[in-house]
Design a binder for this molecule. Structure first.
Ligand SMILES: Cc1ncc(COP(=O)(O)O)c(C=O)c1O
Length: 406
């Protein structure tokens, strides 16, 4: 019988517990493993280096395999409806391995802006030997070339929260694999593989970790593709540390609770901000007019818990004063933690993207990205309201009629 997501999340990656006689995941820190039978170890080495499973329980070396990390990978694969998953030391390490693995098919990538600033930079700089064509979600087909190895999209997009139609992009991409960065959605709200994507990637540093205390990345998909990615990982060494894998696995059963609670608070705050004359505009998929393709409910089961907004002032000193006045919400990059975080992407996370390219997709100097945490919504609003009041005399208060949110 098919079990519901919440049930699967509680039990994912725990299939060997009964046999092991344990109730919580064992944490194995071994950097190397005894190889009493050289023939078995050699065969296992060959298998692991190719991205396949260990043979006869011989793990050989942590860069090739770690059972604690393997359990988290199985759990994540289960939640994404994937055959396999590979975990990395960061989201960027995961993305790098995806790109290096794709090079066997070609050296051209088609990607839709905006995406996370450093991911944009990795593609634009060509430092991994790939070239990129930036396009929009409706013009994927035109951007494809015979050497296109991968289509890269991020939805919701960091930091504008634009939703990209995964199924429509997959249709346009034809036989070219599509990788979806689903960090902002998590498998609670969106399952890109079910919509035809080939790979789904997460910066697990964010909601999957959920507590702001680890860095990790994970990519899930069919065996054949993940095998190639694990092959790259074995050679380049970006494996996730077992302690981070343990913490990630520990957080999987509560992921849905955390995501849904933060989302409910974000909906409340987004409406309040959108109805506030001190705020010039709010980006949040659940606000009127912000989901023109009707993807909420169809592709994504809710808007998530990241809100972007602009103060009614273009003066950078006002933005600094606003950030400095917040008491509860921490000015910091990253997102998806238990506590709320805020940062101006143009100045920090997206500063590695050329200004012109940033501004063409709405990442203005005054844009603030708020990651809503698990605090009580009333306290968060009080904090925002207080900081808005502090800068109110320097804002150009907007007329609220007729538009609610621009
Ligand atoms: C959407 C998205 N993808 C990828 C990354 C990169 O992840 P990491 O910081 O874990 O390397 C980030 C980081 O902020 C992100 O927001």
């Amino acid at each position: 019988m098919d079990k519901a997501f919440a049930t699967r999340a509680v039990h994912a990656g725990r299939q060997d517990f009964m046999k092991l006689g344990v109730h919580a995941p064992p944490l194995d820190f071994s950097s190397t493993y005894p190889t009493p039978d050289l023939d078995v170890a050699a065969r296992s080495f060959d298998s692991l280096v190719s991205g396949d499973l260990p043979i006869d329980g011989s793990f050989v070396y942590q860069r090739l395999f770690n059972p604690t990390t393997d359990r988290f990978e199985r759990a994540l694969a289960e939640l994404e409806g994937a055959e396999d998953a590979a975990a990395f030391a960061s989201g960027m390490a995961a993305f790098s391995a995806v790109l290096l693995a794709a090079k066997s098919r070609g050296t051209h990538v088609v990607a839709v802006r905006p995406i996370y600033g450093t991911a944009d930079h990795l593609l634009t700089s060509g430092m991994l030997g790939m070239t990129v064509t930036w396009t929009t979600q409706d013009a994927i087909a035109e951007a494809l070339r015979p050497d296109t190895a991968l289509v890269v999209i991020e939805t919701p997009a960091n930091p504008t929260l634009e939703l990209v139609d995964i199924a429509a992009v997959v249709r346009q991409a034809g036989s070219v694999p599509v990788m979806v960065d689903s960090t902002f959605a998590t498998p609670v709200l969106q399952r890109p593989l079910a919509l035809g994507a080939s790979l789904v990637l997460h910066s697990a540093t964010k909601f999957l970790g959920g507590h702001g205390d680890l860095l990790a990345g994970v990519v899930a998909g069919p065996h054949a593709l993940v095998r190639d990615i694990k092959h790259v990982r074995a050679a380049t060494g970006g494996l996730l540390h077992p302690l981070a894998s343990y913490l990630l696995h520990r957080g999987v059963p509560t992921l849905a609770l955390r995501v849904e609670r933060a989302q409910a608070t974000a909906v409340d705050l987004a409406w309040k901000l959108a109805n506030d004359r001190r705020v010039a505009g709010v980006r949040f998929p659940a606000l009127p007019g912000q989901d023109p393709r009707g993807l909420l409910g169809r592709q994504m089961q809710g808007p998530g818990s990241v809100i972007s907004f602009e103060l009614a002032s273009e003066d950078p000193a006002v933005l600094r004063h606003f950030l400095g006045t917040l008491e509860l919400i921490t000015p910091a990059v990253s997102l998806g933690s238990t506590d709320s975080l805020i940062q101006p992407p143009a100045a920090l996370t997206h500063r590695v993207v050329e200004q012109e390219a940033r501004e063409a997709v709405g990442v203005s100097p005054g844009l603030l990205r708020l990651s809503v945490g698990l605090e009580d919504p009333r306290d968060l609003w009080r904090d925002l309201d207080h900081a808005l009041a502090e800068v109110a005399s320097r804002l150009e208060l907007r007329d609220l009629t007729p538009a609610l949110a621009r």
